[in-house]
Structure formats: structure tokens, C-alpha cells
Design a protein around this ligand. Structure first.
Ligand code: AMP
Length: 297
């Protein structure tokens, strides 16, 4: 496995891969590091589907708001490199902020509409930063496929839209959410949780599981579903709800609010963001109609 810290090194190594085999396909796994099994599952999928896999590790300041956790985002370079090596990565791109942004960028990548709700509403400018850094990574690596987790379902929808709108020649590959045995979705931010908050955080996946049963109930409307989910989350004493939303996916449009969910057609997402102290966690679940019944996927 090769470690590149500069764009020049990255291009040089990619040139060697592509020129030693003109059929070579490149997979890209963009991350912010402090890797866990969720990231590892993306790496393994990339390794299985491509000749060579590139992992980027970059805590992108452009996607953090002024009062967010950029400065204290967890980092562990040595451990990350060992995980990358063990999961089929050929090349790690780990640039400094100055390498990616030698000067303040004057170009924005703004995906409209899809970024208006959920994390886009709670974190103004967040997805502009994501769009910019992912565009740069796509140009630098020129991958055939890029791997993103459904954990960040809105991010995935935004990146798919950006890729389509700007004709990036890359296939976006969605990957399922990896969870702890008790259901908590893996996240680099889980290390911030106190022991008590960690215990309470399981309420996110538990409320998604309860929702799976509730959507099947006769006459259940999005309004009623959301109020039940919010009530369940609030049973965890330290939970402070940022949002709980039921939206069409991947368009992220609002459903008919007072209509029974059983009458909705297509794919929907139940998405949650909940704070425990200063730590904000997100989770979601997709639901797909099948005749009159909603199946959890
Ligand atoms: P991050 O380092 O948090 O920016 O995440 C990098 C990539 O890993 C994103 O595409 C995430 O959606 C994905 N990811 C993070 N956590 C998980 C998880 N628990 N399961 C699957 N993918 C994940």
C-alpha cells in the first residue's frame, strides 16, 4: 500500500497503475478518517470490484460550520493506515488542508433542493463543502466507481445528483449501514459519547425498528409516525432531537402529510438527527412500497 500526501504523488502513482494496465479500474472511498468497520465495508467492496482502490482521508474544513467539531474531529493516522492495508486499499491519499486548498476557493458546488432539508437545514453550507471536496477528489483520482455509505443518505443523494448534473464519469456505489451489535450505526463521532450517552444512543436504531412496525398500521400518516418516533427518542433522557423526517427518497420531497402512508407509492426515508450533549448522531432507514405494504430495506 502506498501513502500519498501530495497531489503530485497521487497523480504519479495513479499514472503508474493506469499505464501498467490500460484496463485497470479505480475505486475511490472518500472518508474523513478515524476509520471503523463501516468505512472498512466500503473499502472491501471497492477492492472486490476494481483493479485498484484509493482511500482518501481528509477532514474537510469546508464542510464544517464555525461552531462545529472540525478542530476536535478524532484523528488516528497509524490505526487508519493499518485498517486500510487490511481491507484491500492500494493507495491512501492523505493531504494537508493546504494541499487541497492552497488558497480560499472561489468556486462553489451547490446542489439545490436536495440540500434544503435534513442536515442541509441544520448545517448551512455543509453540502456545498461536501460537493466541492468530492468534485476535487473525482477530478484528482478520476475513479471508475466511488463508494458512499447509506449512513449519510442525504449525502449520497446529493452526490448522485451532482454526478448526473455535471456528467462526472463515475459510478456511484451505495453501501449499506454497518451497525454495532446493539444497533447503533458506526460513526467516528461515537467516541465522543459518555458511557451513559452511548447506552441511550441505541434509541435511534430502536425507534427506526419500531417505525418498521408502525408504518404497517392501518391509517398511519407521516404526522402520526413522526410524533411516535419523536416520543420514543425523547424517552432517552439526554437525547435532544434535531430532526425526524419522513421524505421521498432520493428526491427528498415532502410526502402527502395527512394521507395514510399505505397510500404512498415508491421509496421513502425515515431520517433522524439527535444530539447527545455536544455529539450529533444521524441514522436512517429506507422503506419501499410493495402493493399496500411497506417493506423495510
Ligand atoms: P466519514 O468518514 O464519516 O465522512 O464517512 C466516510 C464514508 O463512510 C461515507 O460515505 C459514509 O457514509 C460512510 N460510512 C460512515 N459510517 C458508516 C456506517 N456505519 N456504515 C456504512 N457506511 C458508513
Amino acid at each position: 500500500m502506498i501513502l500519498c500526501r501530495t497531489i503530485a504523488e497521487l497523480k504519479n502513482e495513479l499514472y503508474k497503475i493506469k499505464h501498467s494496465n490500460d484496463q485497470a479500474t479505480i475505486g475511490l472511498v472518500p472518508t474523513m478518517g478515524f476509520l471503523h468497520e463501516g468505512h472498512a465495508s466500503l473499502m472491501r467492496q471497492s477492492a472486490a470490484e476494481n483493479t485498484a482502490s484509493v482511500l482518501s482521508i481528509f477532514v474537510n474544513p469546508m464542510q464544517f460550520g464555525p461552531n462545529e467539531d472540525f478542530d476536535r474531529y478524532p484523528r488516528d493516522e497509524e490505526r487508519d493506515l493499518a485498517i486500510a492495508q487490511a481491507n484491500g486499499i492500494d493507495l491512501v491519499f492523505m493531504p494537508e488542508v493546504k494541499e487541497m486548498y492552497p488558497a480560499k476557493p472561489r468556486t462553489s458546488v451547490i446542489v439545490s433542493q436536495l440540500t434544503e432539508r435534513l442536515c442541509g437545514a441544520s448545517r448551512p453550507g455543509h453540502f456545498d463543502g461536501v460537493g466541492l471536496v468530492v468534485s476535487k477528489l473525482f477530478h484528482l483520482v478520476q475513479p471508475d466507481r466511488a463508494y458512499f455509505g447509506m449512513k449519510d443518505a442525504q449525502q449520497l443523494a446529493v452526490i448522485q445528483q451532482m454526478t448526473d448534473d455535471l456528467n462526472f464519469p463515475v459510478e456511484i456505489r451505495p453501501c449499506p449501514i454497518v451497525r454495532e451489535p446493539d444497533g447503533l450505526a458506526l460513526s467516528s463521532r461515537n467516541v465522543y459519547l459518555s458511557a451513559e450517552q452511548r447506552q441511550q444512543a441505541v434509541v435511534l436504531s430502536q425507534s427506526l425498528a419500531s417505525a418498521k412496525e408502525w408504518v404497517a398500521e392501518q391509517g398511519m400518516t407521516p404526522e402520526e409516525l413522526l410524533s411516535r418516533v419523536k416520543a420514543k427518542i425523547s424517552e432517552a433522557g439526554q437525547a435532544e432531537i434535531d430532526y425526524v423526517e419522513w421524505l421521498a427518497y432520493p428526491s427528498l420531497e415532502l410526502p402527502a402529510w395527512n394521507e395514510p402512508i399505505a397510500e404512498h407509492r415508491g421509496k421513502y426515508i425515515l431520517a433522524l438527527a439527535v444530539k447527545f450533549g455536544a455529539t450529533r448522531l444521524i441514522d436512517n432507514s429506507l422503506f419501499v412500497t410493495n402493493e399496500e405494504v411497506y417493506n423495510h430495506v
